[in-house]
Write a protein that binds this ligand. Structure first.
Ligand code: XUL
Ligand code: CO
Length: 441
């Protein structure tokens, strides 16, 4: 394989909104300070290994279309090594500060658990060297508990305890690897943790199994001294017909039920939110409200396709509304914006991967500027505070303080008269957001 792999692309630089250079940032200016923090620190961009380096462009109807020679050439370990060289060439040229992986993205599965573990350890040693040389850090690691047929009926929620035990071993190994690489978080997405039919499913048992599994994950985190956050990634369906981690609200209820609400937060993916019938911004607000906001998988769905298409984000408006909730919640701590996004199958030129990420990063940077400008102007928050101002008056405060009963308010209603409705002013506020998007520079 030729090196460098991306031989037509150099380091991507910021050139400003007027630039016509398609291989430059127009909005993402890493060192620029916005609302007290550099763009690099606000956005904490990560590139994901699986879609960019492990996927060959195949879909359920067609074979691989992308130029990814390491996916079919030669010895599996040599191929994994070649893939990692290309991945870090990409991260460095893109200037993305973080990356994310599944254990089996970076290392081939062996003939036994022991072989696979040795393959992972070898690749983690190499990754540690690349991280050291390039300065790229690990946003999160995760274990692939959904690809192999052993997991077809679930990992932690499998009817067979042997599969649960295998998955626990795999997660322990992957958590140790993530810890070794200085990972900022560890993610659990329950790809097969759900069911296809209740006819063969004992929901109560499966939820108890999942609760125990996550408690073991938290116990292991403390046992090995891993200081990163444990994150669950909600998704309503696909691959299973119903997934237990349906959305943020379902995950929060689950965490409370199994005593995990102080230990585990959420990794919210845009397209998973929309598949659950929510706006992206709703899921962030739900997580901030519950105190479990962690990290984001940035991507986009398609309005006419009801599955997880993982496009790169292109809508400044959608992302502005999301960034607004993130900033209102205080911004990221250990989390970041991971592009869990893939090319379209016809995007077969090597540099398409750069165009995709540059577009995504510029979209998010513009969204950050617009959201920061909305917050700085204070108009939106003033309107919102005014709308609830009655709750600072005696009636509002005394009702919340518990000084009234339903019977007392029943009596009051006879003499109180009709409440005076006021406008919700949605269109006015939408125009306000549009104005900030147009003007934020
Ligand atoms: C699947 C998905 C996963 C997780 C990590 O829809 O989003 O890639 O982000 O397992
Ligand atoms: Co994801």
């Amino acid at each position: 394989m030729d090196a460098p792999f991306f031989n037509t692309v150099d380091r991507i630089e910021f050139e400003g909104p007027e630039s016509d250079n398609p291989l430059a940032f127009r909005w993402y200016d890493a060192d620029r300070v916005v609302a007290g923090r550099s763009m690099r620190d606000h956005l904490r961009f990560a590139s994901c290994y699986w879609h960019s380096f492990n996927w060959n462009g195949s879909d359920i109807f067609g074979d691989g279309s992308l130029d990814r020679p390491w996916l079919h050439d030669g010895d599996p370990i040599a191929a994994a090594e070649a893939k990692m060289a290309v991945a870090f060439e990409f991260f460095e040229k893109l200037t993305v500060p973080f990356w994310c992986f599944h254990d089996l993205d970076i290392a081939p599965e062996g003939h036994s658990f022991k072989d696979t573990a040795a393959n992972i350890d070898h690749m983690v040693d190499l990754a540690a060297g690349y991280q050291e040389r390039t300065g790229v850090e690990l946003l999160w690691g995760t274990a692939k508990l959904f690809g192999h047929p052993r997991f077809m009926a679930g990992a932690a929620t499998n009817p067979d305890p042997e599969v649960f035990a295998y998955a626990a071993g795999q997660v322990a190994h992957c958590m140790n690897a993530t810890h070794r690489l200085g990972g900022h978080n560890y993610v659990l997405w329950g790809g097969r943790e759900g069911y296809e039919t209740l006819l063969n499913t004992d929901m109560k048992r499966e939820l108890d199994q999942l609760g125990r599994f996550f408690n073991m994950v938290v116990e292991h985190k403390h046992a090995i001294g891993f200081e990163g956050m444990i994150l669950i990634e909600p998704k309503p369906f696909e691959p299973t017909k119903h997934q237990y981690d349906y959305d943020v609200a379902a995950v929060h209820a689950f965490l409370q039920r199994y005593g995990l609400a102080d230990e585990v937060k959420v990794n919210i993916e845009v397209n998973h939110a929309t598949l659950a019938g929510h706006d992206f911004a709703h899921e962030i607000a739900a997580a901030v409200t519950a105190g479990i906001f962690g990290s984001i998988d940035a991507n986009a769905g398609d309005d006419r396709l009801g599955w997880d298409v993982d496009r790169f984000p292109v809508s400044v408006e959608q992302m502005t509304l999301g960034m607004l909730e993130i900033l209102r919640g205080g911004g990221f701590t250990s989390g970041g914006l991971n592009f869990d996004a893939k090319l379209r199958r016809q995007s077969i030129a090597r540099d398409d991967l750069f165009h995709a990420h540059i577009g995504g990063m510029d979209t998010m940077a513009r969204a950050l500027l617009a959201a920061a400008s909305i917050i700085e102007s204070g108009e939106l928050d003033r309107f919102r505070d005014d709308r609830y101002s009655g709750w600072s008056e005696p009636l509002g405060t005394s009702m919340l303080a518990g000084d009234h009963t339903l019977a007392g308010l029943h009596e009051r209603a006879f003499g109180a008269g009709e409440p005076m409705p006021i406008s919700g002013r949605q269109e006015h506020l939408e125009n306000l957001v549009a104005r900030h998007i147009e003007r934020a520079r």
